[in-house]
Design a protein around this ligand. Structure first.
Ligand code: URA
Length: 423
């Protein structure tokens, strides 16, 4: 077997066997297959796709490239394919745990745009994101929730392949996304999985047809491993909530848990929570939704959040947000019809809220708070957005250009579609 023959075979659109895919993945992992050969292979997949069987095989090979955890507890996991202002986990995880459903979650740091969930949590002074597997399991057993950065050696093949995809324009391949996400979810040991699949300009997948295809593929992979999987297709055409930036997003999450959050974040969190709770408890989604809304209102979800933060060493009394702020105002009156999520994400990164390379240091204190969301009416001179900055700044004009103001009103739709095991 050799890599050139395998690339040739793929080029001729012939199906690759399990053994051939294993040869490529393992060869790349141990350095026998070079970056330039692997990028040629990934480009062929990006162009020609893969059959479902090949995707299942690739997932299995990636999964077995490292440790596969057995948590010894029932837990539900949630994954987001990534969005700007996406602080969902910070609200959702304690909410679900407050309803008696275990959440044992591994999250990542963000590359590009704003930080990942781990970066956001690290803006809480003292919050520890490293734990042994034993402590992780014990914490879930004790309080129903634990969240860490990657633990152990889970799916090393994805780490290496993803880094190459990132610089070779092959991140948006459907079979590669499906195998990357699902291998990590299966390796991290939860028995049920809910995926928040973002669709839109600020997301990896920007059209509904591809999103449906990807969602169905991930459900099929989950089923193969006996993990019930559901997928919510949600809009990423504007940032989620109002805050973009690490500490700002933590503060927004705390306010949401205290019953005072932005409507789109509450809608997304309660939809995901009703899926997770209904799957685990075997109750209807309507009942689970009522319970979720109730626990956001009555303080139970917030109390669970405090219990969780305390268990991981954090103290929310001293979260730092930059004192330097600037309000940018609307140049004309009308309705907000669009906010460019991708551009806001890039500008937040330029302020220091995200990384360009793995070793960049994040400034947790900076970012944006959006005052006018899509669908809102605005008068000329009213604040559209507030910029929180430290050493790095971004041009006001570039921030204001992210907002489209028209003379007609639009109604944003957050939840696009729900895909479950049943359909
Ligand atoms: N998120 C992942 O973990 N992998 C992908 O390929 C895309 C999004």
């Amino acid at each position: 077997m050799n890599i050139l023959d395998i690339i040739d075979k793929k080029e001729q659109n012939q199906k690759l066997t399990y053994e051939e895919l294993k040869y490529v993945v393992n060869g790349f992992l141990n350095g026998e297959i070079k970056d330039y050969q692997m990028s040629a292979f990934l480009t062929e997949i990006d162009l020609l796709g893969m059959s479902d069987e090949e995707t299942l095989d690739l997932t299995d090979i990636m999964l077995k490239s490292g440790e596969v955890l057995n948590l010894n507890i029932n837990a539900v996991d949630k994954h987001s394919t990534g969005g700007v202002g996406d602080k969902t986990t910070l609200v959702l995880a304690p909410l679900v745990a407050s309803l008696g459903v275990n959440v044992a979650k591994m999250s990542g740091r963000g590359l590009g745009h704003t930080g990942g969930t781990i970066d956001k949590l690290e803006s809480i002074p003292g919050f520890k994101t490293n734990m042994t597997l034993e402590n992780f399991q014990n914490q879930v057993k004790k309080i129903g929730i634990a969240l860490v950065g990657t633990m152990g050696n889970l799916v090393p093949a994805d780490k290496k392949i993803y880094a190459l995809r990132d610089v070779t324009g092959t991140v948006d391949s459907i079979p590669l996304i499906a195998s990357s996400v699902m291998s990590k979810k299966i390796a991290s040991g939860s028995n049920k999985i809910v995926i928040d699949l973002k669709v839109g300009e600020g997301a990896l997948v920007n059209n509904l047809k591809d999103a449906e295809k990807l969602g169905k593929l991930m459900i099929k992979i989950g089923k193969h491993y006996n993990k019930e999987t559901a997928c919510l297709l949600t809009n990423m055409n504007e940032p989620l909530g109002r805050a973009v930036g690490n500490a700002l997003e933590v503060v927004e999450s705390i306010n949401t848990l205290k019953g005072n959050g932005p409507a789109d974040l509450i809608e997304l969190v309660t939809e995901l929570s009703s899926l997770m709770v209904s799957m685990e408890k075997g109750i209807s989604e309507e009942e689970a939704k009522t319970m979720s809304l109730e626990n956001l209102k009555n303080g139970q979800a917030y109390r669970k959040f405090l219990e969780w933060v305390t268990a991981q060493g954090g103290d929310i009394s001293n979260i730092k947000i930059s004192q330097n702020k600037k309000h940018l105002t609307a140049p004309k009156s009308g309705y907000i019809t669009q906010i460019d999520a991708l551009e806001i994400g890039k500008l937040a990164r330029n302020l220091g809220a995200g990384r360009l390379t793995e070793n960049d240091k994040i400034d947790h204190e900076v970012g944006f708070v959006i005052n006018k969301k899509v669908g809102d009416k605005v008068e000329a001179g009213e604040t559209l957005i507030t910029v929180y900055y430290n050493e790095k700044t971004v041009p006001d004009e570039e921030v204001l250009n992210c907002f489209k103001i028209d003379d007609y009103e639009v109604k944003p739709k957050l939840i696009i579609e729900k895909l479950t095991n049943l359909n």
